[in-house]
Ligand binder design. Structure first.
Ligand SMILES: Nc1nc2c(c(=O)[nH]1)N[C@H]1C(S)=C(S)[C@@H](COP(=O)(O)O)O[C@H]1N2
Ligand SMILES: [Mo]
Length: 448
């Protein structure tokens, strides 16, 4: 874990090469604080450090680098654009030792470095049970059948070309693995938000409502009350989805993600999108849909993705991801380099609809203030919140608490454990606490 904690966060960054080490220290709390100061013309106290630095002669302002007097690089040098080399540390990362083989593992999204609500496709988390595949779309097929001929009159096989000619929808949704935050059930386990909450991403997906396909195949909704989705990879991932979720038009088979075709790691060329439901039901490399009259109790739902309750019984088919939020910056592993103003920022989401409110506490849940929600708020999508904070250099405990349109309030660890115990893996939506030490270091702690 020691190594994980050393990964640089957004607030403490590698020194930029056009500043001396002393100037990097002066800029102190990193670019966020720096930018904030340069924008705050009104606050004389805030502007002072910048003025002082200019008087000393800031080489970043006084010395024009050669590149600003010459031709820059040509178009299409990178035919597919890449992030700046100065952002090379913002990466999906594995948690070493989490699984025996990297084909059945997770790479976590670096939430600490992201803005807004869309996860760049290259940073979308990955969870594979048997590794990923890059499937040739020309030979990929989606078969739709019924477990009984009475459930669906005309079983069909669709090519990708068939699917991409049909009426499409584009919608922004979060996807969260049911195991997200799962290591934290008993106690604090991992140091950064990338590892506590990074099995979470949010993208705009494009595809065809499953309802449209089932109706094209002559489904009988009175008889067919469940859908089984099956993946083409070696894991034969199979999950049951209740038909109500399909009938209301929300479930769709997606080929697009953030304006382009899905990435192979995320199910290219076809995956299921089941808004609000845990990631495992979003079957990747989707090759078959079967309709039936009862839940299928497949391996991926009878023995995996179940919750061990305090009475010793297992709960099956928990699928909706309850309302949850987390402060992404400042967060564990980052460091505040000076007292003063910070824009505290995070994300909130609910599998039951829209986020209506997020409160933030700086004292471990004693006092709460309402955060600013950055709209437009979307159904079953990440929602960005921000709140102003002036750090006085004393110890602080940062928390966020989200409320969704059903009125559900994100629980504390005490409240969640009272109902769920502490032996689960899945579906942990408790309030996260980041402790800020006097020296500015930030760590993961739990407050009941
Ligand atoms: N075919 C198939 N679909 C799959 C999986 C898989 O291993 N194989 N993993 C599931 C799990 S557990 C999750 S959390 C999500 C992860 O989606 P992502 O890799 O696009 O983030 O895909 C789901 N769909
Ligand atoms: Mo998952």
């Amino acid at each position: 874990m020691g190594d994980l904690a050393k990964q640089p966060g957004r607030l403490q960054r590698a020194p930029e090469n056009f500043l001396t080490e002393d100037q990097v220290k002066a800029v102190a709390a990193g670019r966020r604080n720096f930018l904030r100061k340069s924008f705050m013309a009104a606050g004389a106290a805030m502007a002072a450090p910048l003025a002082a630095r200019a008087a000393e002669g800031d080489p970043a302002i006084l010395n024009l680098p050669d590149w600003s007097k010459q031709l820059g690089m040509p178009v299409a040098l990178n035919p597919y654009g890449q992030p700046s080399k100065y952002e090379s540390q913002l990466l999906r990362r594995e948690s070493p030792g989490l699984t025996r083989v990297p084909q059945a593992s997770v790479s976590f999204t670096p939430l600490q470095g992201l803005f807004g609500i869309i996860t760049p496709s290259g940073l979308h988390f990955e969870r594979h049970h048997q590794g990923w595949v890059d499937v040739d779309p020309a030979v990929h097929r989606l078969m739709i059948n019924g477990s009984d001929p009475a459930f669906l009159k005309k079983p069909k096989v669709y090519t990708m070309d068939d699917l991409m000619r049909l009426p499409s929808v584009s919608r922004i949704h979060f996807i969260e693995c049911g195991a997200n935050t799962g290591l934290e059930w008993g106690n604090v386990a991992v140091p950064t938000v990338q590892y506590t909450h990074g099995m979470l991403s949010c993208s705009e997906f494009t595809g065809v409502p499953l309802k449209l396909l089932l109706e094209d195949c002559g489904v009988d909704y009175k008889k067919a009350r469940y859908v089984l989705a099956e993946g083409a990879d070696g894991s034969s991932m199979t999950r049951t989805i209740p038909m109500e979720m399909v009938e209301n038009g929300e479930v769709f088979v997606a080929y697009g993600m953030n304006g382009e075709m899905l990435r192979p790691e995320n199910g290219y060329p076809l995956r299921l999108v089941v808004p609000g439901v845990q990631g495992v039901s979003w079957v990747k490399w989707l090759r078959r849909i079967e309709v039936g009259d009862k839940p299928y109790a497949t391996k991926d739902e009878a023995v995996h993705y179940i919750d061990l309750m305090p009475d010793g019984k297992h709960r099956q088919y928990t699928s909706i991801q309850e309302c949850k939020s987390v402060i992404t910056t400042p967060s564990g592993g980052q460091r505040l380099l000076e007292k003063g103003f910070y824009n505290v920022s995070g994300v909130a989401w609910s599998g039951r609809g829209k986020i209506t409110r997020v409160d933030v506490s700086f004292d471990g849940g004693v006092n709460w203030q309402q955060a600013r929600i950055e709209g437009p708020v979307q159904n079953k999508a990440l929602t960005r919140f921000n709140i102003n904070w002036v750090w006085d250099g004393k110890e602080a405990m940062l928390q966020s608490r989200a409320i969704d349109e059903t009125g559900y309030v994100q629980p504390t660890y005490g409240q969640l454990r009272a109902v769920r115990g502490s032996k689960s893996i899945y579906h942990n939506n408790a309030i996260q606490t980041w402790k800020v030490e006097q020296n500015g270091e930030i760590s993961n702690v739990q407050v009941l």
